[in-house]
Design a binder for this molecule. Structure first.
Ligand code: 6PG
Length: 255
């Protein structure tokens, strides 16, 4: 899908097939971005679902090969914990991808978590992104690809139901108190404008526990306050959902 409104949805047998196809999709996006713009700016999602995809990208054989010398990696959200904490999204990416693939460390921009508050970390990340993309004040970065997950409450990144962060539209990143799902720590997250400015947004969702939220967002017309993933509507970019059959189990039209 490229036109706003139509939905690009792919359903795979299980989480392993989803991970394999997602790695191919990321590698293809990388090749296209590098061909057209000389670099690939990729936002990694957290949680557990993408771990297999990152490990396949780190192996990089055949269709999952990426020219990491041209890739720049960012994070969609982070927990306000040290990067070596087991709850850290950066820590998961480092284990599965960053410590394996030949990615120049200066081309990875983790969300800083060492400042006293998540709010200060979010401000620091917004500043770092504005500097990296040499942004005029008040404008958003245009990432080539943003990977997102979905919580079973319909949250994405760290945009939680009913949170103030859902209404932040003048910053690249903001902070949020914990949602109802673990871990109960403050978060830093990209805002809707930063996500929706992307050239492509790809949701990777697996598991029966996500099926109700998936159906609500994709077919139920849920509003973003109740199911924040519904607020991901790239202005000009492509929106794609890659699901396993379990997560797609309640969809009426899953192709
Ligand atoms: C986080 C993630 C979050 C995640 C969903 C799904 O920090 O937890 O960024 O948005 O993508 O909660 O998590 P799972 O993949 O673990 O189900």
């Amino acid at each position: 899908m490229s036109a706003a409104g139509s939905l690009d949805l792919k359903v795979y047998r299980d989480a392993d097939q989803l991970a394999a196809k997602a790695a191919v999709a990321v590698a293809r996006a990388a090749a296209e971005s590098i061909r057209h713009r000389g670099r690939f700016t990729l936002v990694l999602s957290g949680g557990s679902t993408p771990r297999k995809t990152y490990a396949l990208l780190a192996e990089g054989d055949g269709e999952t090969n990426v020219d990491w010398s041209r890739a720049y990696l960012f994070f969609g959200d982070e927990r306000h914990v040290p990067h070596d904490d087991e709850r850290s999204n950066y820590g998961m990416a480092r284990e599965s991808l960053l410590s394996v693939a030949p990615i120049p460390s200066e081309q990875v921009l983790p969300i800083p978590t060492g400042l006293p508050t998540a709010e200060a970390c979010a401000e620091a990340y917004s500043t770092a992104l504005a500097k990296f993309f040499a942004l005029p004040s008040g404008t958003m970065p245009i990432f080539d690809l943003v990977l997102l997950g979905l919580g079973d409450d319909g949250h994405t990144a760290s945009l939680f139901p009913g949170a103030e962060a859902l209404g932040v539209d003048d910053r690249i990143a903001t902070w949020s108190p914990p949602g109802t799902l673990p871990p109960p720590v403050d978060r830093i997250t990209l805002t809707y404008p930063a996500i929706n400015a992307a050239r492509e947004v790809l949701f990777l969702v697996a598991g029966e526990n996500k099926a109700e939220a998936v159906q609500d967002v994709l077919e139920g017309g849920a509003d973003k306050q109740r199911r924040p993933a519904a607020g991901v509507r790239p202005e000009a970019g492509r929106l794609m959902w890659m699901l396993d059959e379990a997560a797609a189990g309640r969809l009426k039209n899953s192709g």
